[in-house]
Design a protein around this ligand. Structure first.
Ligand code: GLU
Length: 463
């Protein structure tokens, strides 16, 4: 049974890289009908906030990354970590180190001065500490007794085989002088207790992995499979950060992206299935595999996200897209009940916009009376076409209100006055919609309705 987890530190919103990690861990579990676990790594009490936890939960809910177990909170598992530390001390897997912090600093400084890697020298390891007397007033840290010989290796599902000599690793502090467990240690205990089979996480954790594997083995367990995901880069090739603008997943919700699109787009940040670019959640789950993740960094591409969103909007049934549009109309200060069915408006506009925010803006004239700019009106409506427009408005009172009839009437009015159809259509757009860029005017008027069309035309053409 596959068990994966997403283990965010709640120190801020869920950013794109984190969301991609969550997505891959989730997709792998779903693909194998396994279990996806959410673990909140909130031991950095100074930086963790309940708001950040909520932001992560909200973003995961929006993306539809549902978890089967959790959220578990590390701060609620302190007793468990302390018990494992005590057990490791008892079994000689860990030991108390009384080296005063100032001496450790001096040791490191001397090593650095000699051009060596700064590291603890193991002087309090039980086999070396015989005869050493703990200095008074020093509370010890607890260190893991890392193997001295050999190496630690794993076959990373993304990066391939990685091997680190134990000589490179010093004895990791697993508990601080006040007894609180350290980050790497909590991760190990959790991954074991939660029976995690596959650790999917950012490659900023590659350095922690050999230490974690050593502790897992010391505890008599087999390490999980690791898949370390390469960084997500911004468009400029730099590590994605706040400088790149929106990096919180929920900001994309605000900007009018569909969760389907975000999921699709995030999945393509480093993962591919043949040349599939547009796919559904179900397809992703069916196709997802860790081996298809690229070891090179993925690059964020705004234009691509917009395209994916547009394609996903095309895939949604009109009434569903309409339901999504409602919230964005309201946020734009529009009353969805004051105009046509949002599903019909969405169907008409979906090919012309790439976000729901743009769609709500483009749909504005359906839900609120526009106020065309007087200069623009003067430029569009003049002696040449005013009579045709007035006749058309009169005809509209009794016309069968269909696209076909409207289009025929518009063309006929233009022809009668020796005008090109555009010379009637453009002013109609301006007077009824307040703008010149709209879908086909017959479709717009048919949807807007006779009443609204007549009142807008009447107001504009009144002598
Ligand atoms: N809490 C860590 C982070 O947010 C993840 C640790 C892990 O996945 O092992 O980067």
């Amino acid at each position: 049974m596959i068990r994966t987890r997403f283990a965010p530190s709640p120190t801020g919103f869920l950013h794109l890289g984190g969301a991609r990690t969550a997505l891959f861990a989730w997709a792998y579990a779903r693909r194998h009908r396994g279990t996806f676990i959410l673990r909140i790594e909130d031991t950095d009490v100074a930086r963790s906030t309940p708001e950040a936890v909520q932001a992560i939960l909200d973003a995961m809910a929006w993306l539809g990354l549902d978890c089967d177990e959790g959220p578990f909170y590390q701060m609620q598992r302190m007793d468990r970590y302390r018990a494992v530390v005590a057990d490791m001390l008892e079994r000689g897997l860990a030991y108390r180190c009384y080296l005063p912090p100032a001496e450790l600093d001096a040791l490191r400084a001397a090593q650095t001065a000699r051009g060596e890697k700064p590291r603890y020298d193991g002087r309090w390891r039980p086999e070396r500490a015989a005869g050493l007397v703990p200095p008074p007033g020093i509370l010890p840290v607890i260190r893991f007794r890392n193997p001295l010989e050999g190496s630690v290796a794993w076959d990373d599902r993304v990066k391939g085989r990685i091997e680190i000599s134990n000589g490179e690793l010093d004895d990791l502090v697993i508990a601080r002088p006040d007894g609180t467990p350290t980050y790497n240690f909590c991760v190990v205990v959790d991954d074991l207790d939660m029976r995690i089979t596959h650790v999917v996480r950012g490659d900023d954790h590659v350095n922690n992995t050999p230490r974690q594997i050593n502790i897992i083995r010391a505890l008599g367990a087999d390490p999980p499979v690791y898949a370390h995901l390469p960084t997500v880069l911004g468009e400029d090739g730099q590590k994605l950060s706040k400088r790149h603008g929106a990096v919180s997943v929920m900001q994309y919700e605000e900007m009018g992206y569909l969760p389907e699109a975000m999921l699709n787009f995030l999945a393509r940040l480093g993962w591919a299935h043949g040349d599939a670019e547009i796919f559904s959640r179900d397809e992703l789950v069916e196709w997802f595999d860790l081996d298809a993740i690229s070891p090179s960094p993925a690059r964020f591409d705004t234009a691509k996200l917009a395209w994916v969103n547009q394609e996903q909007m095309k895939r949604l049934p009109g009434d569903e897209l309409g339901r999504r549009l409602v919230a964005y109309l309201q946020r734009a200060g529009l009353d969805p009940a004051a105009g046509p069915d949002p599903g019909a408006a969405a169907a008409l506009l979906r090919d012309r916009v790439s976000t729901l925010v743009e769609m709500a803006d483009a749909a504005r004239y359906f839900y609120a009376t526009p106020h065309p700019d007087a200069q623009a009106v003067a430029a569009q409506v003049g002696a040449a076409n005013r009579p045709a427009l007035a006749e058309l408005a009169a005809e509209f009172e009794t016309l069968a209100w269909t696209r076909e009839a409207i289009l025929a009437a518009v063309k006929a009015a233009a022809a009668r006055h020796g005008l090109k159809p555009g010379q009637v259509m453009m002013p109609l757009r301006l007077l009824v919609c307040g703008m010149l860029q709209t879908p086909a005017i017959d479709a717009v008027l048919a949807l807007l309705g006779r009443q609204a069309t007549l009142s807008r035309l009447g107001a504009a053409l009144a002598p």
